[in-house]
Design a binder for this molecule. Structure first.
Ligand code: ADP
Ligand code: ZN
Length: 433
């Protein structure tokens, strides 16, 4: 097995021993920031109180609200002139949180990212196209720096202008690309609409992430574009991409535990859940000096996959993100996540690439509608076939979410797309808009 970093060969003992040392250092460093000085002192936590990973639980959580309240420099733990880069989350679920990095922080991040890319077969000299927003969004510069660190010819393609993206993929003989899943499906369809086969595009590897998506969606991306798609997980508060990444087994995302500590807790009781059980991911940075973050409540739901990965890496694996705690919505007393809906929809070959869940009120009753695009070749079918499809989708959704939504079939491209991360739910109920 070829590895990019020696840390990938570490056994559990070595990983955990390093985590303890780095956790103590991180605590000491965090205490230099105004926020953690107060936050940790209030809880009576000092680096010398930490003897093992078992002591982690005594450290209080850090939440998105803490980060927002400390805006902009409250968590900075170095003199201001050591900071060289500023990023912010996309603000998908509220005001964005900001993160400041030193040059060392950026170097570590680039190495982590390069490690991910090497793991799935990308090598020095490969042409890499980064189809991501190059602004405060970490998927732009974050992935870019990793690709350059690895020695790829890196194309900062940015987002939008689908025609030009396709032309670059072809002309530059791109081997690997980074793209968010909803846009990957759109791009493939755009190639088809030009009368070409998207499988004839040069890329063999896609890094897909930044937004929740199902195994079904990944399968569609791979079929449509004729490549291997690897799940990339990260969040701005933990740098961005390069936190957890799939290996070529495509069965769970290895968390780089030499750089982070991952925990999964029950979001209500805050207690750790056993391996294999779903809960909220909590993350701690271990190698960041500019802005260390301890026990951050990510609001992302996942589980640890039990057992060893055949690839040999001992870094634990996370299951693909099932959704965000904040994405859950309640209809007629049932708790529903958008990914449950996606999973049901994508299991129909007639269903196209885009969908939207609309919630509103009718006569004081919650109403759920699901708009789904139907693939062009099926949309031309007769009324009876479409009505039957509608009924089958509604019944499949009922099996999955215990509510029967009204299913509305739409033509290809009829549902508006959002720039950047897909918006799957429109809640028009009173007090929600
Ligand atoms: P925002 O929370 O505003 O979107 P970021 O741009 O930092 O902020 O994005 C991080 C979030 O994106 C994660 O917390 C997670 O919800 C989502 N995310 C990132 N990668 C993935 C992935 N591979 N699968 C599912 N969700 C992801
Ligand atoms: Zn593996």
């Amino acid at each position: 097995m070829e590895y990019y970093a020696r840390e990938e060969t570490w056994d559990r003992e070595r990983i955990e021993r390093t985590q303890v040392v780095r956790l103590k250092n991180t605590l000491a460093q965090a205490l230099r920031s105004p926020f953690y000085k107060e936050h940790l002192e209030a809880a009576g936590i000092r680096p010398e109180n930490v003897a093992g990973l078992g002591d982690l639980r005594r450290i209080p959580f850090t939440t998105k609200e803490h980060l927002r309240a400390a805006y902009p420099y409250g968590l900075v733990a170095v003199p201001r002139d050591e900071l060289v880069r500023f990023h912010a989350s996309s603000g998908t679920t509220g005001p964005p949180a900001v993160v400041c990095h030193t040059q060392d922080d950026l170097d570590t991040w680039a190495d982590l990212m390069a490690r991910c890319m090497y793991m799935v077969g990308i090598r020095k000299g490969d042409v890499f196209q980064n189809i991501a927003g190059y602004g405060l969004f970490t998927g732009g510069l974050g992935i870019h720096s990793g690709a350059e660190r690895l020695g790829c010819l890196t194309i900062p393609a940015g987002t939008g202008n689908t025609r030009r993206q396709i032309k670059l993929l072809r002309d530059m003989k791109v081997k690997a690309l980074h793209i968010i899943p909803s846009y990957a499906l759109y791009l493939g369809k755009a190639v088809q609409e030009e009368g070409e086969d998207p499988r004839s595009l040069p890329p063999a590897i896609a890094l897909v992430g930044a937004e929740p998506h199902t195994e079904e969606a990944r399968g569609r991306i791979e079929d449509l574009l004729g490549l291997k798609a690897y799940n990339s997980y990260g969040l701005s508060e933990m740098n961005g991409p390069g936190v957890a990444f799939e290996c070529t087994e495509q069965n769970g995302l290895h968390v780089w535990e030499d750089a982070y500590i991952a925990e999964i807790v029950n979001p209500e009781s805050d207690e750790p859940v056993p391996d294999g059980e779903l809960g909220e991911l909590v993350m701690t940075t271990l190698s960041r000096r500019g802005m260390p973050v301890l026990r951050f409540r990510t609001r992302d739901l996942t589980r640890f996959l039990p057992g060893d990965c055949p690839c040999g890496r001992k870094h634990r694996r996370l299951d693909r993100i099932a959704g965000r705690v904040d994405d859950m919505f309640i209809v007629k007393g049932c708790n529903i996540y958008p990914m449950q809906v996606e999973q049901a929809l994508m299991s129909f070959r007639e269903v196209g690439e885009n969908y939207l869940i609309i919630l509103d009120n009718e006569d004081g009753m919650d109403r759920m509608r699901v708009q789904v695009e139907v693939r062009g070749e099926y949309f031309v079918e007769d009324m009876r076939a479409l009505t039957s499809l509608q009924r089958r989708i509604a019944s499949r959704l009922h099996d999955e979410i215990l509510v029967t939504p009204k299913v509305e079939l739409a033509q290809p491209n009829a549902i508006p797309r959002t720039e950047g991360k897909a918006k799957r739910v429109e809640d028009r109920r009173a007090g929600k808009a």
